[in-house]
Write a protein that binds this ligand. Structure first.
Ligand code: GTP
Ligand code: SPV
Ligand code: MN
Length: 661
């Protein structure tokens, strides 16, 4: 077994560097530090990192999974190149035309491995009610034994890459370290873009700083236990999958998938599932949110964090180009936000990620020109179509499809296939790109202390009922809005697209503990925040449809109009500058909506009654929603905070109040 942090050492002998592994020092996180350099004797169950140095833990995992070699990846360009070369050789990465798409590659996954697998995602808290009714729970000891069987020899014949990474700016007050071991060079390379991987992070891990241990195997050994070899394939994976979080011991074990959140363990597994459990214990919040700065024409900056379920518009809103003159939007993050109250009682937020793993379909010059610009170079595309001149294409990139393409599965494709319902790009095809490459990224997006949050937004994909925008009457009402989000299913996860389901806080697949406790935690964080600067909470819905099925609202850049109204509402609250002659908002049963003329729709080509339809609150339909909310709350039993049950009662009362309809 060779251990090295230098990619050259496997091709050119470099004895000085081949021993360049992290020093063996006791980890500060454990209770029983292992003597330096000693291997744990045997592995009766899964090796846990607690008490082990990073090196000893990696060795223990290697002892279980049996890779041919173990290499430490420190994120330097040499490593990036080595990983890419390896995958071009195996056919995992197809180089794109160097002039049309410099430094960019296409990967095609196995058709069975195209999205997150929620049915195989497990939260292994000590007690079942620690995970709650919205999670798949398994008893930790039982799962450890099961995983031990799956991981036993799972990396035979492969290289194990060890990737130490930081979520958040290295050393920042809200940042955390992780170490992912993986037998997927695709996952290793993606981690270099999606997280911060550097020699400095390697040094910190080696020096014994706490880290979240993340083990990933595609579950496709090249050598069987009896020594027989099989040939590799471009996208190895296993039909059996496990995406397992142990929130108590803060561990992640992922098996069988190489795709997205299943495999890039810094993302959903760590930054949401494990981090949400850490955040509950430490008094902060880990959320499935984008983060932007909106600057008014007068030059005043406001920060907005918005939670929408998967494939419901976070990346698009994060890169929004306002259509309103004088307004400016800068990008800070597009998927995950960590927020913590500071000493002054302000909620401060960072984006713990370093890249975007964004939905390709629907991303085009007319919808998201900033993303199109971000994707000019240095991108890993997965499951999009290949053009004849070596570039990429997906539905929505241009209005017309090219005459001929190679589709995401490697087959010839013509527009006739599209007409027959076979898209050229998979609906959950994605791009992986550095956030720093985004033309609208804020200069200070890596500020370690984060930015102050002024508004929190919850959204979903709702064809009916939910208005374009509504402001919560209070923090508690805002938590109620977040807790009761429902949304039509998208292709980002396995399951039936379009089916309506509850997705509280857009965190249904991402909460590392009982969702009802998450609501209680939000209420208690609200209590710590200073009332004058506590974020205002809003609900939005870009997806309401007219009777003919068309979207009532143009969306995308025009969403700036809604942002502008929200920011003015925040400004007005702060200044007390309320003009009763021109009320900016009008109360409805579900929240405050823009008053007459308060939502700037100048120059928009809206259908005659579109605005009325966008803001219509139908009491009968909403009462039916309340009944569903009752049923939903009932699944959590006594754990639902009384404050939220009160909110449901207030909503029903308002629906009965004729002055509000
Ligand atoms: P995840 O990365 O899965 O968390 O998704 P996301 O929330 O970042 O969603 P994204 O911005 O990638 O959008 C998903 C899909 O919704 C894309 O096909 C977009 O084109 C579409 N979309 C985004 N914003 C709007 C909008 O304002 N209106 C309409 N009609 N569609 C939108
Ligand atoms: C999501 O599904 O919300 C994503 C994609 O952002 S994944 O990283 O695969 O979870
Ligand atoms: Mn997401």
């Amino acid at each position: 077994m060779t251990l090295t942090a230098d990619p050259r050492s496997r091709t050119t002998a470099n004895p000085r560097r081949t021993r360049n592994l992290p020093a063996d020092r006791p980890s500060s996180g454990g209770t029983t530090p292992a003597p330096a350099g000693r291997r744990p004797a045997g592995t009766p169950t899964l090796p846990a990192a607690a008490g082990l140095t990073a090196t000893a833990w990696v060795e223990a995992v290697a002892e279980l999974t049996r890779p041919d070699d173990v290499v430490w990846v420190d994120g330097t360009d040499a490593w990036r190149r080595t990983l890419i070369e390896t995958m071009v050789t195996t056919g995992t990465l197809i180089p794109l035309d160097p002039e049309l798409r410099p430094g960019s590659y296409l990967a095609r996954s196995a058709p069975s491995d195209v999205a997150r697998v929620e049915s195989r995602t497990f939260i292994c808290s000590e007690r079942e009610d620690g995970a709650g009714p919205t999670n798949n729970w398994r008893e930790p000891a039982v799962m450890r034994a099961e995983l031990r069987g799956a991981f036993d020899g799972s990396m035979r014949g492969r290289t194990m890459y060890v990737v130490p990474f930081s979520m958040g700016p290295v050393g920042g007050a809200l940042s955390k370290l992780g170490v992912q071991v993986t037998d997927s060079p695709y996952a290793a390379l993606s981690m270099l873009t999606m997280t911060r991987v550097s020699p400095e992070v390697l040094r910190r891990v080696a020096a014994g700083e706490d880290f979240v241990p993340c083990v990933h195997s595609v579950g496709a050994p090249l050598v069987a236990a009896d020594g027989t070899r099989t040939d590799d394939v471009p996208w190895p994976c296993n039909d059996l999958k496990y995406i397992v979080q142990f929130p108590q011991s803060r561990e992640i074990w992922s098996y069988g998938s190489g795709y997205g959140g299943n495999a890039l363990l810094g993302k959903k597994c760590f930054a949401l599932r494990i981090a949400s459990a850490m955040a509950r214990d430490e008094g902060w919040l880990a959320e499935h949110m984008l983060l932007i700065r909106v600057t008014t024409p007068e030059g005043r900056p406001f920060h907005v964090a918005a939670a929408f379920p998967s494939a419901c518009g976070k990346t698009n809103l994060a890169m929004l180009q306002p259509t309103l003159p004088g307004w400016k939007v800068e990008t800070l993050g597009d998927d995950i936000v960590w927020m913590k109250p500071d000493a002054d009682g302000r909620l401060r937020a960072i984006n713990p990620e370093a890249g975007f793993f964004g939905v390709a379909p629907g991303t085009g010059a007319s919808t998201n020109p900033v993303a199109v610009e971000t994707l000019r170079k240095n991108v890993i595309f997965t499951n999009v179509a290949l053009t004849d001149d070596g570039d990429v294409w997906w539905e929505g990139l241009t209005p017309e499809a090219p005459d001929h393409l190679v589709d995401w599965q490697g087959n010839d494709w013509t527009p006739a296939d599209g007409a027959a319902g076979r898209p050229a790009a998979h609906p959950n095809s994605r791009f992986t790109v550095a956030a720093a490459q985004c033309p609208t990224i804020a200069d200070d997006w890596e500020t370690p202390d984060g930015v102050p949050v002024d508004a929190i937004v919850f959204g979903g994909r709702r064809a009916t009922n939910v208005p374009l925008v509504a402001q919560a009457y209070s923090w508690a009402h805002g938590v109620f809005l977040g807790a009761t989000v429902s949304s039509e299913r998208t292709a980002a996860a396995e399951g039936k697209v379009g089916e309506l389901r509850r997705d509280p806080f857009a965190m249904l697949p991402f909460a590392g503990y009982n969702m009802a406790d998450h609501w209680a935690h939000w209420l208690s964080v609200g209590d710590v925040l200073a009332p004058e600067t506590r974020p205002q909470v809003f609900q939005v819905n870009w997806f309401r449809r007219a009777a003919d099925g068309s979207f009532l609202w143009p969306g995308f850049g025009e969403n700036a109009r809604v942002l502008a109204w929200m920011v003015r509402q925040v400004e007005q609250r702060r200044s007390g500058g309320h003009d009763p002659a021109h009320p900016s908002a009008r109360p409805t049963a579900v929240g405050l909506v823009p008053g007459d003329g308060a939502l700037d729709v100048d120059g928009l080509d809206l259908a005659d009654d579109a605005l009325d339809e966008l803001f219509a609150v139908d009491p009968a339909r909403w009462k039916a929603e309340c009944d569903l909310t009752d049923e939903f709350f009932a699944t959590f039993g006594e754990r639902v905070p009384a404050v939220l049950r009160d909110q449901l009662r207030h909503l029903r009362d308002r629906l009965d109040d004729e002055r509000l309809s």
